[in-house]
Design a protein. Structure first.
Length: 385
């Protein structure tokens, strides 16, 4: 009897892992349709070591630099590995996008060539991929050490989320799919699998998913309504106008902005749903005869405690990227009345408070669904049916 129960539990825990691995493999090899961009045809990309620099054509204008930096580089990979050649670093006078290389720097370069002849080498930026991989590997090792098998599942959910966004969401939006609909479907899919990787396919998963998805739907509806009420255009998103100039002028940037609201809040919503579900499950485990009403009340009390920090988490997450902008407002003495009415400030207010609405609603509903699904009497009734 005990062995059979353990086998069922193991199957419930293993099934989402195997399914997630299957989806990861499918998505990994799934073409996005945008791999062979015309502007990158006839080019090779690799890392290069900067051997010498020539700054004679660089024009210094105080804080900014313009002109052209010439670098002698040794190519570290690709078709021309080992060759030494000259690379050109164009400076536009923008501190945000410009970079200056010094001897010994490792750079990412794009090589334009014809047959076996190098035509030009463009210095794109400092090479950071090796440090990025080191950071990711260190995080993965720490996660596994601290969380064990749970850490492996967390890494799997992380990879699945990245691939779903990059291989499904982004290409679908570029091809003209409705961003609101496709984003909602993808977020629901990820919610099911991410929470299933935590709990397996059991009642805890059903309770957490139902609560989380309600919060996401509320965020979606409010995001649409208040985006229209605030008269926010999707061009407020960084780099969004570049899409229009790149030949995608038919894209509805405002709908993409609406979708970004509940995508951004979905992680916090899932987190709160799992916290409440785990708390109710722990209460029911310690007190099996507890009624569903008492279990629900316990979940609501846990949710109330978590909501205060969760809403602040959203505020800090969204406002952290705008610290420099806030400093500009302060330095210029811009009145708060004006600040609150700026479009990009209104957009962040929209993100923060609409996301917080989702968090507030997910708490009681998750507590209710957990109380109903996880208490013994209700579970026995469900099993009897």
């Amino acid at each position: 009897m005990i062995k059979n129960c353990m086998k069922r539990v193991n199957r419930r825990m293993a099934a989402p892992v195997y399914l997630s691995l299957l989806f990861v493999l499918i998505l990994w090899f799934l073409p996005s349709g945008y791999e062979d961009a015309v502007i990158y045809q006839g080019t090779d990309r690799c890392a290069a070591i900067v051997l010498e620099t020539d700054n004679s054509a660089v024009i210094n204008n105080g804080l900014i630099k313009a002109g052209e930096q010439t670098c002698t580089v040794e190519l570290l990979g690709g078709k021309f590995k080992g060759q030494k050649t000259e690379g050109y670093n164009m400076l536009t006078g923008s501190l945000e996008s410009d970079k200056i290389f010094v001897n010994g720097d490792k750079a990412l370069v794009i090589i334009s060539y014809r047959d076996n002849e190098i035509l030009s080498v463009n210095m794109i930026d400092h090479y950071r991929i090796d440090w990025e991989l080191l950071l990711v590997a260190a995080f993965a090792v720490l996660l596994i050490i601290v969380a064990g098998k749970g850490g492996i599942r967390a890494i799997l959910s992380f990879v699945l989320t990245i691939l779903m966004i990059w291989k499904v969401l982004v290409p679908s939006c570029l091809k003209g799919a409705n961003p609101i609909v496709i984003s909602l479907v993808i977020v629901l899919f990820l919610t099911i699998f991410i929470i299933a990787l935590v709990y397996g396919f059991d009642r805890r998963m059903a309770a957490a998913v139902s609560g989380a998805f309600l919060g996401i739907v509320v965020t979606c509806i409010l995001g649409i309504l208040f985006t229209m009420a605030f008269k926010i255009h999707g061009a407020v998103m960084p780099y969004s106008e570049s899409l229009l100039y790149a030949g995608y002028q038919d894209l509805n940037l405002t709908q993409i902005f609406m979708a970004s609201i509940y995508i951004g809040a979905s992680g916090a919503v899932m987190d709160l749903a799992v916290d409440i579900t785990s708390a109710v499950h722990e209460v029911v485990t310690k007190k099996p005869d507890i009624s569903w009403i008492e279990a629900t009340r316990s979940g609501i009390r846990v949710g109330r405690a978590a909501m205060g920090t969760m809403t602040t988490t959203l505020l800090l997450a969204y406002s952290g990227g705008y610290l420099a902008l806030l400093m500009v407002f302060m330095a210029q003495g811009t009145p708060l009345y004006n600040i609150l009415n700026y479009k990009y400030v209104s957009a962040e207010i929209l993100h923060t408070f609409v996301g917080s609405f989702g968090l507030v609603t997910v708490g009681p509903f998750t507590a209710l669904s957990s109380g109903i699904l996880l208490t013994k009497k209700i579970s026995d009734a469900i099993n009897a049916v």
